[in-house]
Design a protein around this ligand. Structure first.
Ligand code: SF4
Length: 450
């Protein structure tokens, strides 16, 4: 258990996001067997086409059975009867009377539960023979498909400019041979007609999804989904931005970092329900504002803002806890940095396929496309926008794409931003914690003697 407990129990939106993430297995079973919906696996936040087809996107770890914290499971079962508002009030009251005998460590427990599962699935990937040359993210994704991949009807792959990623995506043909494999190939950006090619590839993926589901994907269904996604992205960005501007947080900064982790995990498939996710994230934004207005939370004005990135390919979750104890607040903003929070243009007369293609092209040009120069420029731009005081680069073992950016990034930061930076190495959750702590202690000393 973490040393920081917090007032999360009254933070309904966070509990709901956490519950919907962890209780995915039951929700997905209902969708598949009762409502006869098709489940489509997604990794990285690419669920729009799947929603537009009225299918259910699923980030595969959510098919696992998780150990759910007493408070959350009580909330989950009782909320069917009383609704979330009344149930959370009742449970907060019960907690005050010590009926449930629980500490307010719900969110911390959720993050640890998810990370334990990540490690378990990583081990499964290793047992299956995934080469040590692959990064943590790819190995545990392989484990996720080995464990529960048989439940998905299809898998949608977006080729990104990381050869290891594309190799892993192809390996899924053998791991889940009975599922349909749908590809959105994003052509190299230096081909003159890359946008037209991408539009054709999107049309092909749409037609595959239509075959799978028997549903037509119309311009309207695409635009409807893009509008929902745009609202989610707008709120997500404002939550990150406000946490960088504000000197008063709605909870302690380590807990806030965990909220950002939860958003990062759940954004990949919107917890399989886009409308519900939009409602939860807007409630989260409102609750943050309300708590601040009422003075619930913590003054963080004297705590430097430290951006840790990238973390989506695997990172040590203890880092924000260590940084908190060293007097810093942690910002996680991968999806913003990698351009996945950019909105997709929508208007009455727009062509949604063309606009989606432009969105994907922009991601590969400046975000997840791994052109080192553009990516490091993008890191610099995000660090400036977020006005962070320092950057910690998370170098993932086995990554031959993003991990190689650090030297270039360090030089650019030194020349243009003049803020402290350091690198930490990551292989697997729980490994190297002491080494990471030593590195972070040395890093934080730079702020003491500034
Ligand atoms: S870029 Fe690196 S971390 Fe991301 S999938 Fe490729 S190898 Fe893994």
């Amino acid at each position: 258990m973490s040393l920081f407990t917090d007032d999360i129990i009254t933070f309904k939106s966070v509990l709901r996001l956490a519950y919907n993430f962890l209780a995915g297995r039951e929700y997905l079973k209902k969708k598949k067997f009762k409502e006869r919906k098709k489940l489509v696996a997604v990794a990285l936040p690419f669920s729009d086409l799947v929603f537009a087809a009225s299918a259910i996107p699923v980030f595969p770890i959510r098919m696992e059975k998780f150990k759910i914290h007493t408070y959350l499971s009580a909330l989950g079962s009782a909320s069917n009867l009383f609704g979330w508002n009344l149930t959370s009030k009742l449970l907060s009251f019960a907690r005050q009377l010590d009926v449930l005998k629980i500490l307010d460590n719900v969110l911390d427990d959720v993050i640890h539960t998810i990370n334990d599962k990540y490690n378990e699935l990583y081990e499964l990937g290793i047992e299956h023979g995934v080469s040590n040359d692959f990064c943590y993210g790819i190995t545990n994704l392989t484990g996720m498909f080995l464990s529960k991949g048989k439940n998905v009807d299809a898998n949608i792959n977006y080729s990104i400019r990381c050869s290891a990623w594309n190799k892993y995506s192809e390996s899924l043909n053998y791991i889940i041979p009975n599922s349909k494999h749908i590809w959105v190939d994003i052509p190299p950006r230096n081909i003159s007609n890359s946008l037209e090619l991408l539009e054709e590839n999107i049309k092909k993926a749409i037609s595959d999804l239509e075959d799978l589901t028997g549903n037509l994907i119309t311009d309207n269904s695409l635009k409807k989904q893009f509008r929902i996604g745009n609202q989610v992205k707008r709120i997500y960005k404002s939550i990150i931005r406000d946490s960088c501007i504000d000197d008063f947080y709605p909870c302690n900064p380590a807990t806030f970092a965990e909220i950002l982790v939860l958003l990062g995990f759940s954004f990949q498939d919107y917890n399989s329900n886009a409308q519900r996710y939009l409602e939860n994230i807007s409630q989260l934004s409102n609750e943050i504002k309300e708590r601040k207005k009422k003075g619930i939370g913590m003054d963080v004005s004297n705590m430097p803002k430290i951006l840790i990135t990238p973390m989506f390919g695997g990172w040590e979750p203890k880092t924000h806890e260590i940084l908190y104890k060293l007097g810093a607040r942690t910002i996680y903003a991968d999806w913003k940095i990698f351009k996945l929070l950019e909105e997709i243009h929508v208007s009455n007369s727009s062509d949604p396929i063309e606009d989606y293609a432009k969105f994907l092209m922009n991601i590969t040009k400046e975000g997840i496309g791994y052109d080192q120069n553009s990516l490091t420029d993008n890191y610099m731009k995000s660090a400036k926008e977020l006005n962070v005081d320092g950057i910690i680069f998370n170098q993932v073992y086995g990554c031959h794409s993003i991990a190689n950016c650090y030297t270039l990034l360090k030089n650019k930061i030194r020349r243009k931003l003049e803020i402290p930076t350091t690198v930490i190495n990551f292989n697997k959750i729980g490994e190297n914690i002491e080494q990471t702590r030593t590195r972070l202690e040395a890093f934080m000393e730079l702020f003491l003697y500034k």
